[in-house]
Ligand binder design. Structure first.
Ligand code: ADP
Ligand code: ZN
Length: 622
């Protein structure tokens, strides 16, 4: 039974490219933009390729040097990402190496020798390495014809990740006037795009912009009522699968990871405050599939590239849709169905806003610049909040934010289109109760106190102010504290209530509150318990015809191989390849070669073991 098609791939017209693709990668098709990007590279035409995470950028610079038999150079900002790529290239027998600061003198000169002998097809280099060493001379001597700049938005200060060392790449055009330059990024704004082209002096570049929609991702936004309980519930849908849980603070990542571990999950925290060794250990354990869950801070750019992440869970609000797109982009990079859940509470908006103001005040920017910075960051926050609150298709909302229209009526892959968002009956009446309570306490108290009054709690504060004598006392006694606070936050989100700034924010009324009170405005509130996630079509399709038992056996075999080789598991095989095998159940090397992701090198290395596993035997080499 054939598996689901890879996202919009097409057969390859050029036989030389098709051959290389099948022989080395075991792929039989290219995504449309990949085909164009590869064409440009082979023709030596500059290009600017904009593709979302998981779009398949790396193939665009990995494949051309095999066809043209050249040594190409890739500039990449993160050592961890370079290493991962070199590892996964090694798994297919592809000659590549990475030059970075963490190498010993000996390793470095070994790479220089390989380079001189023309043995490498790709050389990965950190930008600061490229400009500070005699490397440039060597590359010039070798006659390097092609440079790929990964994460090219790092060159622009309009981008979200400006790196001053990228600025020096402007010299490539002068030093290598006959070489072509190929810039790759996932950041789409036209301003950043133009800046990249200008700074790198691209000549009539082929500008190739991909679709930002990720059809295999299911997006859900769930009102946050109980961080830990909800996290456990959502992780329960992904037992034994790779998951990333994002938190805002380091402390949160540690306490949540400890809590998950206590529940028997294989979870570890990951943040910039841990020492390098600890971080490295966690990263490796995740890559080799000995842990399933990483609980990380959003502030930290993880060098984690595992392609079979099935869940990205945000327990707090990300600070922009750009950040959200990037972080959720780490899910389902293998093209298989994956879930992205955002636990949303407007309380996060207020924490972020005060954080933004605080860090601007502590910076050495002048007053005007501070105001500008705050303005732009707050605008990003509001875009994020609007996304979370809107009761409309998430795929459509994200696409449109990134400047692309989304045609489909229903995506079939978000909480809104799946009809999962449950609204509360009698929401207008409940809203009126809450608003009148805010009026009764004279707009002088915060969310917690207002909620306690509504619940009829006997706190010290309530007794002191005599709020137990108010007519609104205990009006929502049937709900628990978290649920009531959540409803108050939903009203704040919809601007049906207002809130003051400062350290002790107070809930106040606005014009819209009075409209609700007068019955001139009806209110929709979501069930604070959250709702049940349904199975999506994409997920069902991805499992179509797959023998799950065999798939799990293949996975544990992959884990053992990864452990023995000291390599990330996904570089050995990705999930899509394993599912393809567990679907086709090949009984001969020829049949195995037809499975997705099996090229000649993998067939030679693992063919016998896989055929044994499919036949239900223990592989001979174990
Ligand atoms: P990016 O660098 O844009 O984030 P990657 O290059 O890591 O994306 O590719 C994402 C995933 O898509 C990888 O698992 C890769 O193996 C797979 N992939 C890329 N191109 C193809 C293709 N033409 N056919 C099948 N799978 C592909
Ligand atoms: Zn939708």
């Amino acid at each position: 039974m054939p598996g689901p098609a890879d996202t919009h791939t097409r057969p390859v017209a050029d036989p030389a490219i098709a051959e290389v693709l099948a022989k080395w990668w075991g792929f039989d098709a290219l995504r449309p933009l990949q085909a164009d990007a590869i064409r440009a590279a082979i023709d030596g035409r500059d290009s600017l390729v904009v593709m979302p995470t998981g779009g398949g950028k790396s193939l665009c610079y990995q494949l051309p040097p095999l066809v043209s038999e050249t040594t190409d150079v890739v500039i990449s900002p993160l050592v961890a990402l370079m290493k991962d790529q070199v590892d996964s290239l090694e798994a297919i027998g592809y000659p590549a190496a990475a030059l970075h600061g963490a190498l010993s003198q000996e390793e470095r000169s070994q790479i220089r020798d390989q380079l001189a002998a023309g043995e490498l097809r790709l050389l990965f280099v950190a930008p600061e390495r490229l400009v500070n060493t005699g490397l440039l001379d060597q590359l010039a001597q070798l006659g390097v014809k092609r440079f790929a700049i990964d994460e090219a938005h790092c060159i622009s200060q309009w981008g979200h990740d400006f790196r001053p060392e990228y600025r020096q790449l402007a010299m490539l055009r002068d030093r290598f006037p006959t070489a072509s330059i190929h810039a790759f990024t996932a950041t789409a704004t036209p301003q950043v795009r133009n800046d990249i082209a200008r700074q790198l002096s691209l000549r009539d570049p082929a500008v190739l912009v991909g679709t930002f929609d990720r059809p295999n991702l299911v997006y859900r936004v769930v009102p946050r009522t109980d961080r830990i309980a909800q996290t456990l519930q959502i992780l329960g849908r992904h037992k034994g699968e790779a998951s990333i849980v994002y938190c805002i603070s380091r402390k949160e990542t540690e306490s949540l990871a400890a809590r998950l571990a206590a529940e028997g999950l294989l979870a570890r925290p990951y943040h910039a405050g841990l020492d390098a060794k600890e971080r490295h250990k966690t990263q490796e354990a995740f890559a080799r599939e000995t842990i399933d869950v990483v609980v990380a801070t959003v502030a930290f750019g993880m060098g984690i590239d595992r392609s079979d992440v099935r869940l990205v869970l945000h327990t707090s609000l990300p600070k922009s849709l750009e950040a959200y797109q990037q972080e959720t982009g780490r899910a389902g990079r293998d093209g298989l169905a994956a879930e992205c859940v955002l636990l949303y509470s407007s309380a996060d908006m207020f924490s972020w806003e005060s954080l933004v103001r605080k860090s601007a005040a502590e910076s050495d920017l002048d007053q005007d610049e501070q105001e500008q910075l705050i303005g732009s960051q707050v605008a990003h926050l509001h875009a994020m909040r609007r996304y979370a609150q809107a009761a409309r298709c998430r795929h459509a909302a994200l696409s449109e934010y990134f400047g692309q229209s989304y045609e489909a009526e229903s995506c079939g892959a978000c909480d809104v289109c799946l009809g999962e968002t449950e609204s509360l009956p009698e929401a207008t009446v409940i809203a009126q109760k809450i608003i009148s309570c805010v009026a009764r306490v004279q707009e002088r108290f915060g969310v917690r106190h207002v909620s306690e009054v509504l619940r009829g709690a006997k706190t010290e504060g309530i007794t002191r102010y005599g709020h137990d004598r108010l007519s609104t006392f205990g009006l929502l006694a049937q709900l628990d504290q978290r649920a009531v606070e959540n409803l108050v936050h939903q009203l704040l989100d919809q601007e049906l209530l207002a809130r003051t700034g400062g350290d002790r924010p107070v809930v106040t009324l606005n014009e819209r509150s009075w409209e609700v009170m007068r019955g001139q405005r009806s209110v929709v509130l979501l069930e604070p318990r959250g709702s049940k996630a349904k199975t999506t079509k994409a997920d069902a399709d991805d499992w179509q015809g797959v023998d799950r038992e065999l798939f799990e056996r293949l996975r544990s075999w992959r884990r053992r191989v990864a452990e023995a080789r000291g390599k990330p598991a996904w570089t050995i095989f990705d999930d899509k390849a394993l599912r393809s095998i567990a679907r086709e159940k090949p009984t001969s090397p020829a049949a195995l070669l037809r499975c997705r992701g099996i090229g000649e090198k993998r067939l030679a290395d693992f063919g016998p073991a896989i055929l044994d596993l499919v036949a239900g035997r223990t592989p001979a080499d174990e």
